[in-house]
Design a protein around this ligand. Structure first.
Ligand SMILES: C[S@@+](CC[C@H](N)C(=O)[O-])C[C@H]1O[C@@H](n2cnc3c(N)ncnc32)[C@H](O)[C@@H]1O
Length: 803
C-alpha cells in the first residue's frame, strides 16, 4: 500500500505518539487522534504501524523513507527540520521510518460510504471518538484546552515541553501539516515557545537531572508523580509494537481483507476467541478485569454487607434496648442463615415482634367445590307476612341505660350489658367504641364490609356423609363471633303452612324458634344454616339483643378455631318422636349416636352453674350500687353469708343490737321489687330503676340454642317440643324467697333468704307457652310477666328434619 497525497491521515510521528500515549496511559493513538481531526476517515480507521523487531535498523528505515518520499515532502523536511534531528541516532531515526500505510477505511469496510464533505456535509467540526480510552478533541476548543493547565491537552503539551531537552526535540519538528499551517501547529507552539528558554543537554541524554531543571511548580501534580518513571523519561525498554484496531477488533495487516460484513457481528464467546487475538503478541488494549459473579447463599438479603453503624436510624429507646441485647450486635460474621430484612430487620428483632404475613394466604378450599344451588342467600333477618305487625318492640330495649363499666374494664365479664346478652352500642355503653369489647355484631358487620374470603371467614363445603357443611376460612379466637344466623321471620301459622305445603317433600328444614313465638326460616337465609351438628362442637349458637332486636349468631367455642376446620354446634336435637331420630355421624369420641338431646350429665352442669352464679352476683352488686342500699366500696368487709333462717335470725339479732336495720342479703327479685317501688315512689333517676328491673329479668340462663326435629309435626307439636326444651333444658332455677321479718322497737328488719330451686311458677309459665292459647297477661303476676318475656327471648333453634 502506498500513501496517497489525499490520504485521510498524515504520517504519524511515532516518537511523539509513543511518549504521549504512555504519559497519558492511553492506547498509542494520540497522533492519529490529531490526524483524525483533519480527516474524514473515522477514528477507528487510524493506521498505526507495527514495527518488527527483526526489521532493519531505524537508520535504514529512515533512509528508505528519504528515498521513497515524494520530492515535496522531502523538501519540506529538509527545510523545516533542524539538522540535529537528522543526526539523532536510535529512536529518532526509527521514528522517522516510513510506516506501512493501510487504508483502514477499506479494511473496515467504510470506504464505500462516500465522501460526505463532497455532498456538503461539513464534518470537520464534529467530535470524533477514538479507540480505547477515547480522547474527544474538538478542533476549535483545542487552543483553549491547551491554555488550561488542568486539561489533558495542556498536560500533554507540558510533557512535550519537558522533552525539549532532548536533542532531537530541541527544535520544533514540524510535520508537513504544521508547515502547511494546519491546526496542529497549535499544539506544537508550546514546544516552540519553550525551545529558546531551555538549555539543551548533550544529544541523546535524557536524564532525571535534565528533567529536574524544569520548573516543577508548573508541572501538574500527576505528571510530577511520574517524573521518575521511564515513560516520563521517554526511554523505552522494549520494542514498541503497534497494532491496528478497527471497530474494537484487532486487524492483522498481513491477512487478506474480506469484504465488509453487513450482518450483525457475532459476539465472540470465550471458547471461540478470534485467532487474531491469539496471534497478537501483546494487545495494547485495556483488558477489562473479568467480573466475578456473586451468588447469594440464602435469603432475600443474603450477601449484603452489614451496615457500618447498625444503630443509625434507631430511636434512643431502641438504642438502649439494643445495648441490652448483645446477641444483636454485629459479630463480624456474615449471617447467612437468617438474614433479616434490610431496613426493619433490626427494629423487629429489638421489638421482639414475630414475622407475620400481611394477610392469611391459606385458602383451604380447592376450586370446583360443589355449591348448593336452590339457595337464596340473605344476611339479614326479614319480616314476612303478618310477623311485622305482630312483632312488637319491647319497651325494655327502649329505655336501656348505660352500663357502669370503666374504660379499663373494656365491658368485659363484669359488664351489665354483657351479662344480659345485650350488645353495647352508643346508647347503652358507658365507655364508647374505642374501649368496648362487647360489640360482637358490630364487629362482624365491620369485618364483612371489608369483603373477601378472609373477612367473610366461612365457606360452604360438601361433606362426604352429612350433605353440605361450613368450614372456616380463617382463624377465630375463642368466643369470637363467626356469622349470623339470619333468615325470614315468620309467624307460627306461616311456619305450619310452609311445612305442610312448601317443605312437605323436603329432607331438611331450616327452622329456628326465635322471639315472640316467631320462627326464623333460613331456607332463604345465611350460610349458617349449613352448619352441621357435632356432639363435641367447636361453636355455639347464641342469641343476643342488638339495638333492641334479638339476633342469633354462631360464635367460636372455648377453643380457637383454625383455618379449614369444619364448624359445628350442638343441635341439642330433641327428636320429639322416635320416627324423627337421626343417627349422628359426627365421629367424635363422645358421640351420642343420635342427633338427640344432651343428657343431664352432658349438659356441663358445673359450667352452667358457674355462669349463673357469676351473673347473679354481678347483677346484685350492680343493683345494690345503683339503688344505694349499700355503699359501693370494694374495701368494705364482706358480710357473713346466711345459710339458714336460724343463722339469719342470729345475724339480725346481732345487727339489731348494733342498732342497724339494713338488709343483709337481697335476692335479685327483692331488689327488683324495691327498684320498681323506688321508680314509682321515690322518683329516683329513671335510668337506675330501669337498669334494676332489666337485670332482674335477665336471670342468666344457658343461651346455647338447640335444634329439634319437626318433620311431620303439627303446630301443636312444634310448640310443645319448644316448651319441653325450654322447660327441661334452660336450666333456669327459679328463686325461692324466704323472708324473715323481725319487728323491734327500732323498726322492722326484713331478711330474705334465697334458695335456687326449680321454680314452679316459671315452670308453669313455660308450660303455658306450650299451649295453643297463650296465657292472658292479666292472669300473670308482674314477676311472671317479666319472666315470660325473658323466656320468650330464650327460644331454641329449631332445625326441622325428617327421618
Ligand atoms: C341444618 S341442616 C345442616 C346442613 C345440611 N347438612 C345440608 O346439607 O343442608 C341439618 C341436617 O344436616 C344433617 N346433619 C347435620 N349434622 C349431622 C351429623 N352430625 N350427623 C348426621 N347428619 C347430620 C342432618 O340431616 C340434619 O338434619
Amino acid at each position: 500500500m502506498s500513501r496517497s497525497p489525499d490520504s485521510s491521515f498524515s504520517p504519524p510521528l511515532l516518537d511523539v505518539l509513543s511518549n504521549t500515549a504512555s504519559s497519558n496511559s492511553t492506547p498509542p493513538t494520540t497522533v492519529a487522534d490529531s490526524d483524525s481531526l483533519h480527516s474524514d476517515t473515522s477514528k477507528h480507521d487510524v493506521i498505526t504501524v507495527a514495527i518488527d523487531p527483526d526489521s532493519p535498523p531505524a537508520a535504514e528505515q529512515t533512509d528508505a523513507v528519504d528515498e521513497n518520499a515524494p520530492p515535496e515532502q522531502e523538501q519540506t523536511l529538509q527545510q523545516d527540520e533542524p539538522q540535529e534531528r537528522l543526526d539523532t541516532p536510535g529512536r529518532a531515526r526509527r521514528a522517522r521510518g516510513p510506516p506501512p500505510v493501510y487504508n483502514l477505511a477499506k479494511l473496515a469496510g467504510t470506504d464505500g460510504h462516500g465522501k460526505r464533505r463532497a455532498k456538503g456535509d461539513i464534518v470537520s467540526n464534529r467530535r470524533r471518538r477514538t479507540i480505547g480510552r477515547a480522547t474527544m478533541i474538538d478542533q476549535e476548543s483545542h487552543a483553549d484546552e491547551s491554555s488550561d493547565p488542568k486539561s489533558p491537552k495542556a498536560a500533554r503539551a507540558t510533557i512535550d515541553a519537558l522533552n525539549l531537552q532532548s536533542p532531537r526535540r530541541s527544535g520544533s519538528q514540524p510535520t508537513r501539516r504544521q508547515s502547511e499551517g494546519s491546526p496542529r501547529s497549535l499544539r506544537s507552539s508550546s514546544r516552540q515557545a519553550a525551545s529558546p528558554s531551555s538549555k539543551a543537554p548533550p544529544a541523546g541524554v535524557r536524564t532525571r537531572r535534565s528533567v529536574g531543571k524544569i520548573d516543577n511548580t508548573k508541572v501538574p501534580l500527576e505528571l510530577r508523580r511520574l517524573q521518575d518513571t521511564k515513560e516520563f523519561a521517554h526511554s523505552d525498554e522494549k520494542p514498541v509494537i503497534y497494532t491496528v484496531w478497527s471497530n474494537g477488533k484487532y486487524v492483522d495487516p498481513n491477512e487478506p481483507q474480506e469484504p465488509p460484513a453487513r450482518k450483525k457481528a457475532k459476539v465472540a464467546t470465550d471458547d471461540e476467541e478470534p485467532e487474531n487475538d491469539k496471534e497478537s503478541p501483546e494487545p495494547i488494549t485495556n483488558t477489562k478485569k473479568r467480573r466475578v459473579k456473586k451468588y447469594l447463599d440464602k435469603g432475600l438479603y443474603a450477601g449484603q454487607d452489614p451496615p457500618a453503624d447498625i444503630t443509625k436510624g434507631l430511636t434512643v429507646a431502641e438504642k438502649k434496648k439494643l445495648a441490652e441485647m448483645p446477641e444483636l450486635l454485629p459479630s463480624g460474621r456474615v449471617n447467612k442463615t437468617m438474614p433479616s430484612p434490610m431496613f426493619t430487620g433490626l427494629r423487629m428483632l429489638i421489638a421482639g415482634r414475630d414475622f407475620k404475613l400481611p394477610w392469611n394466604v391459606c385458602n383451604p378450599l380447592p376450586p370446583g367445590q360443589p355449591k348448593p344451588d336452590e339457595w337464596k342467600k340473605m344476611t339479614k333477618n326479614r319480616f314476612i307476612g303478618d310477623s311485622k305487625e305482630i312483632w312488637r318492640k319491647s319497651d325494655l330495649f327502649q329505655d336501656m341505660t348505660r352500663c357502669e363499666c370503666k374504660p379499663e374494664d373494656g365491658c368485659g365479664e363484669s359488664c351489665l350489658n354483657r351479662s344480659m346478652f345485650y350488645e353495647c352500642d352508643d346508647r347503652n355503653c358507658n365507655i364508647g367504641r374505642a374501649h368496648c369489647t362487647n360489640r360482637a355484631f358490630a364487629d362482624l358487620m365491620a369485618r364483612r364490609a371489608k369483603g373477601g374470603k378472609y373477612h367473610v371467614g366461612v365457606e360452604v363445603i360438601k361433606t362426604s356423609d352429612r350433605g353440605y357443611g361450613v368450614r372456616s376460612n380463617r382463624c377465630f379466637k375463642p368466643h369470637q363471633i363467626i356469622m349470623e344466623y339470619a333468615g325470614e321471620i315468620i309467624t307460627e301459622e306461616e311456619c305450619e303452612r310452609r311445612m305442610n305445603e312448601v317443605y312437605k317433600d323436603n329432607d331438611c328444614y331450616y327452622l329456628m324458634s326465635f322471639e315472640q313465638n316467631m320462627i326464623i326460616d333460613a331456607t332463604t337465609g345465611s350460610i349458617a344454616r349449613f352448619v352441621n351438628h357435632s356432639c363435641n362442637p367447636n361453636c355455639k349458637m347464641v342469641k343476643w339483643v342488638v339495638a333492641g332486636q334479638p339476633r342469633m349468631a354462631l360464635f367460636a367455642g372455648d377453643k380457637p378455631i383454625m383455618t379449614g376446620d369444619e364448624l359445628t354446634y350442638d343441635y341439642n336435637f330433641d327428636p320429639f318422636s322416635a320416627k324423627n331420630v337421626q343417627s349422628c355421624l359426627c365421629g367424635e369420641p363422645n358421640c351420642r349416636g343420635i342427633l338427640g338431646p344432651r343428657t343431664r350429665e352432658q349438659k356441663s352442669k358445673p359450667e352452667l352453674q358457674k355462669t349463673v352464679k357469676n351473673a347473679v352476683k354481678a347483677g346484685k352488686r350492680k343493683l345494690q350500687e345503683m339503688i344505694g342500699s349499700e355503699p359501693a366500696s370494694s374495701n368494705k368487709p364482706k358480710r357473713p353469708r346466711i345459710t339458714s333462717t336460724k343463722e339469719a335470725l342470729a345475724t339480725v339479732g346481732l345487727q339489731m343490737a348494733k342498732g342497724t336495720a339494713t338488709a343483709i342479703k337481697k335476692t335479685a327479685s327483692s331488689v327488683a321489687s324495691n327498684a320498681k317501688k323506688a321508680v314509682r315512689g321515690a322518683k329516683a333517676p329513671a335510668q337506675r330503676r330501669t337498669n334494676a328491673s332489666t337485670v332482674l329479668k335477665k336471670t342468666v340462663a344457658n343461651r346455647v340454642v338447640k335444634a329439634y326435629g319437626t318433620k311431620g309435626t303439627t303446630k301443636k307439636q312444634i310448640s310443645r317440643s319448644t316448651s319441653t326444651v325450654t322447660a327441661k333444658d334452660k336450666g333456669v332455677k327459679a328463686v325461692k324467697k324466704t323472708t324473715v321479718k323481725k319487728t323491734t322497737a327500732k323498726g322492722t328488719t326484713t331478711k330474705t333468704k334465697t334458695t335456687a330451686t326449680k321454680s314452679s311458677s316459671v315452670a308453669k309459665v313455660t308450660k303455658a307457652r306450650g299451649l295453643k292459647r297463650p296465657i292472658a297477661p292479666a292472669r300473670m303476676t308482674a314477676a311472671e310477666k317479666k319472666r315470660k318475656e325473658e323466656l320468650d327471648r330464650q327460644y331454641e333453634i329449631t332445625v326441622a328434619h325428617p327421618d
